[in-house]
Design a protein around this ligand. Structure first.
Ligand code: SF4
Length: 373
């Protein structure tokens, strides 16, 4: 049984003491004897991770087999290619494929006091490695089937966000399990109040369309911004002659999306190069950035960047407004502003800091990055 424990140095403190460990209690060697408030620790853990993550992109599909994981991997890779710090959280419990798509098949994560270490995907064309976190790294072997009850799935969603040591990220792309069931609801609840937007992956088949509309309704009912739809298998390019043809007519999909006010952002061809890139552990967006497949993904990548920029601009404006109403900046406001600045790409942060300082009439704002260097 857990017991509330208050820090001895502050008898008036209302918050229970936290151990500061970066992993969930379930992974803790001291779990049996620990008397700290475990629920508080789990909550702290998730909030501390989320505080260092800018924009979260949930890649959803209400139907399996439409290429959602391929879309997730390539959107993450496209964001990394644009210079952002990116993580990809593989929440697809029943088909965790991101370890394969980034070339980490058979690898296992280590746990230390900072948490579970994501695998870092590096290649010459990206400035920051893509941090990959997946259930596949925690299984005994890659072909172990997952037969968990809902309570375990719920715990895993918390471990995925809280126990992986994501570090500072501009974007965390979450590869969701198909459907609008428990896993989606658990994550949507956990991420409430953070900058979350959805991308919907589908194919132009009639049966996928019906399911996609359910996912659209989920986003609308939850008030989650839906950036648009990525249509996978939207045409085939012949590897011999280069000619294009369509397997499924897309007129129904286009009409149905227009009716619910959702934009079709990208049409991804069914391509042998795309499939072999995924199997080889190198997202095609990075491997062949000028090819038709990579170009097809870019509107979805740009939509993520545009949304994050708008969200950041609105948050910065709110912070500025709050600051301007006070004669001097309090520690809390300063912290909020620094958190907002931390979500800006490195190359833009100093310029923005100078602009904010000028607006406040205080010269450049103090640079906390410098202090920590
Ligand atoms: S991780 Fe959980 S069990 Fe371990 S010391 Fe922290 S609160 Fe206690």
């Amino acid at each position: 049984m857990s017991v509330s424990h208050f820090p001895s140095h502050d008898p008036l403190a209302l918050a229970p003491e936290d151990c500061g460990r970066g992993h969930a209690c379930q992974f803790c060697p001291d779990e049996a004897t620990c008397q700290l408030e475990k629920g508080h620790h789990e909550k702290q853990l998730i909030e501390s991770r989320l505080a260092r993550i800018g924009q979260i992109i949930m890649v959803m599909a209400n139907k399996g087999g439409v290429g959602k994981s391929t879309v997730s991997a390539n959107v993450a890779a496209g964001l990394a290619a644009r210079g952002y710090r990116v993580g990809i959280a593989d929440a697809d419990i029943h088909g965790p494929n991101q370890s394969r798509f980034f070339g980490f098949v058979g690898e296992r994560v280590r746990i230390d006091k900072r948490g579970l270490g994501p695998r870092a995907f590096r290649t010459e064309s990206i400035d920051h490695p893509i941090q990959v976190g997946s259930l596949a790294f925690m299984m005994e072997s890659d072909d172990t089937p997952i037969v968990w009850r809902d309570a375990y799935k719920h715990d895993f969603m918390h471990h995925l966000i809280g126990s992986f040591d994501w570090g500072p990220l501009d974007f965390l792309v979450i590869d969701m399990p198909p459907g609008t069931g428990n896993e989606l609801i658990t994550l949507a609840d956990m991420l409430e109040g953070h900058d979350v937007a959805a991308l919907l992956a589908t194919t132009p088949q009639e049966v996928a369309l019906m399911d996609s509309l359910k996912a659209v309704r989920f986003c609308q009912e939850r008030g989650m911004p839906l950036l648009g739809v990525v249509e996978n298998m939207a045409g085939v390019t012949c590897p011999h002659c280069g000619g294009e043809f369509h397997l499924f007519p897309r007129s129904h999909l286009a009409a149905a999306l227009a009716e619910v006010g959702v934009e079709s952002l990208a049409q991804i061809p069914l391509s042998p190069a795309l499939a072999s890139g995924s199997d080889a552990g190198r997202p095609i967006v990075l491997d062949a950035p000028h090819g038709p497949e990579a170009r097809a993904f870019m509107p979805a990548v740009e939509a993520c960047i545009a949304h994050a920029s708008e969200t950041f601009a609105a948050a910065a404006a709110d912070s500025l407004q709050a600051l301007s109403q006070h004669p001097s900046m309090s520690d809390e406001q300063s912290g909020e502003l620094e958190a907002a600045l931390a979500s800006v790409p490195d190359d833009q942060r100093d310029a923005l800091r100078a602009e904010l300082g000028a607006l406040l009439g205080a010269g450049s704002l103090p640079n906390n990055d410098d202090a920590s260097r």
